[in-house]
Design a protein around this ligand. Structure first.
Ligand SMILES: Nc1ncnc2c1ncn2[C@@H]1O[C@H](COP(=O)(O)OP(=O)(O)OP(=O)(O)O)[C@@H](O)[C@H]1O
Ligand SMILES: [Mg+2]
Length: 248
């Protein structure tokens, strides 16, 4: 009896924890597109007030705002997939495309922080089976951490390298290297757990979200860090058919 009560309470606690973490994930992920929308809208109004903008450029700003709003609504729907047990339609996703899109989104921030980003594609096997926007979200969270780790005037030649490579005959890896401050020793073993942070304004959710997304794709995450620099790694099962073609 006690055991039954215990396991009921256990299940309820698990459900409540899932809801709490998922609510935090959604709030966290809405912050990125909302922040970009506010920035784009502010810049656009500044240009309009000074009447120094061409109609084509106004259109570019509006396109950016629409794209981010769409991303916000998509991510709310897709994050829910992580907790659902029913099968989901996955499609063929090109990791190079995912990387390029997230680099483009972060380019203005990287330029402002003088961070050079390089993409190296070292395998022809870049297709995985999954949900593109979720993989983009995972990568974005990893990249934005690297940019934060490089935000120190003492670091010269701030570099961020994204490498797509074959990990094993069945898996493809995205590795993100930076020459930033390195992972703090105290939290190194638990950075993929929710609410673990060493940053003053951090919520400790970016890597937990990235880890959940990668595991949902039946992959795994890892990190390696020295005093100067960090490598974050997302290893994903390659799409079977392409894997077979490649190995011929
Ligand atoms: N590339 C990196 N270099 C150095 N430290 C890192 C790096 N990536 C992550 N970290 C450390 O891991 C911690 C957890 O990262 P995580 O993205 O989960 O949370 P956060 O960045 O603190 O907050 P947020 O929820 O806004 O992402 C960070 O606070 C930071 O200390
Ligand atoms: Mg983060």
């Amino acid at each position: 009896m006690l055991e039954a009560v215990g396991s009921d309470l256990g299940r309820q606690w698990e459900r409540e924890t899932t809801v709490r973490v998922m609510t935090a994930y959604v709030a966290h992920e809405l912050n990125h597109p909302l922040g970009t929308i506010i920035n784009l809208a502010n810049t656009l109004s500044r240009h309009l007030a000074r009447s120094v903008i061409r109609p084509a450029d106004i259109d570019e700003y509006l396109k950016g705002i629409k794209a981010e709003a769409l991303r916000a609504s998509t991510i709310i729907k897709q994050l829910r997939l992580l907790t659902e047990r029913r099968p989901t339609t996955r499609s063929s996703v090109c990791l190079t495309e995912v990387c390029r899109e997230e680099i483009d989104r972060l380019r203005p921030l990287a330029d402002a922080k003088q961070v050079r980003i390089r993409l190296e594609v070292r395998t022809g096997r870049t297709q995985v089976n999954g949900v593109k926007e979720l993989l983009g979200t995972a990568l974005y969270n990893v990249l934005i951490n690297s940019i934060a780790a490089l935000d120190d005037p003492k670091i010269s030649g701030r570099k961020l390298i994204i490498r797509i490579a074959m990990a094993t005959p069945e898996t493809t890896t995205i590795q993100v290297f930076d020459n930033g401050c390195g992972l703090p020793e105290a939290i190194r073993d638990k950075i993929f757990e929710p609410f673990v942070t060493a940053r003053e304004n951090g919520s400790g959710l970016g890597l937990a979200i990235a880890g959940d997304i990668v595991r949902w794709h039946r992959g795994r995450v890892a990190c390696h860090s020295k005093h100067h620099g960090t490598c974050m790694e997302m290893v994903l099962p390659s799409e079977q058919t392409l894997g077979q073609e490649d190995s011929k």
